[in-house]
Design a protein around this ligand. Structure first.
Ligand SMILES: [Zn+2]
Length: 243
């Protein structure tokens, strides 16, 4: 899932039928693009370079024909370069079903970009919140129970993300499982301490850079594979497919 330090919130998610990519920045280029066999939805939270590369986004969409879901700033960068029927601009509070996946956009609290977003994705058997590198938005209080897995940013050069903001996100959403992203080891560990004290029922899993995490062993979630590298991802996805 976690695509590494150059895309600190880059995420690849899969269940038994859908593949979704979020904020890969420029981690998937060249040969790696050719290995993308299936991609249904490609989401971008905002146009900062550690989340978004227009050239990589265009190459990935061209290869996969994925639907690209974007905030306004990324839309402005991609409009005219991706087929208009494949480029979907979302704004805060907006919900749509695309390729069978429910997508809700909620404003990110984050500077120097145009209408940045976080997303809740609802698959047939699980739901995921992706917090980009946002600070806490009190609007999340309206989405309690809407995400079984929350991926929350803990800092990572974001002026708005912190373990305390991430804790507020988890408290608002009340997910079963929590994964930190976009943060240092110290910040990730501090969030773990805060959760153990204040949200002890939330299962907390820390992914390691460039390693993989199989989330299908988490309670309440069907088949989700979270990996660092596209090649490994598809090998493992095949091996782990449910009998
Ligand atoms: Zn940013």
């Amino acid at each position: 899932m976690w695509l590494g330090a150059s895309a600190p919130s880059g995420t690849l998610l899969k269940n038994h039928e859908k593949v979704v990519l979020i904020d890969p920045a420029n981690t998937i280029t060249g040969e790696a693009v050719q290995r993308l066999q299936q991609l249904d939805i490609f989401l971008i939270t905002h146009e900062h370079t550690d989340h978004f590369s227009s050239s990589a986004a265009i190459a990935i969409q061209s290869r996969t024909a994925a639907i690209v879901v974007v905030n306004l700033g990324s839309f402005n960068a991609l409009s005219g370069s991706i087929p208009s029927d494949k480029l979907v601009k979302m704004t805060s509070g907006n919900s749509q079903v695309l390729s069978g996946i429910g997508i809700t956009a909620i404003a990110s609290i984050h500077p120097n970009c145009v209408q940045p977003l976080t997303y809740i994705l609802t698959f047939s058997d699980f739901s995921v919140f992706h917090g980009s590198d946002s600070g806490f938005n009190s609007a999340l209080n309206g989405y309690k129970g809407k995400a079984t897995l929350a991926m929350v940013p803990t800092d990572g050069a974001s002026p708005t993300a912190s373990p305390e903001n991430a804790l507020q996100m988890v408290k608002a959403l009340d997910p079963t499982d929590v994964i930190p992203m976009h943060g240092s080891t110290d910040s990730n560990n501090w969030l773990g301490t805060l959760l153990a004290q204040q949200m002890p029922n939330a299962q907390y899993l820390i992914p390691q850079p460039t390693s993989s995490l199989l989330v299908d062993e988490m309670s309440g979630i069907g088949f989700v594979t979270v990996l660092a590298c596209v090649t490994t991802f598809f090998l493992l996805a095949r091996d782990r497919r449910r009998e």
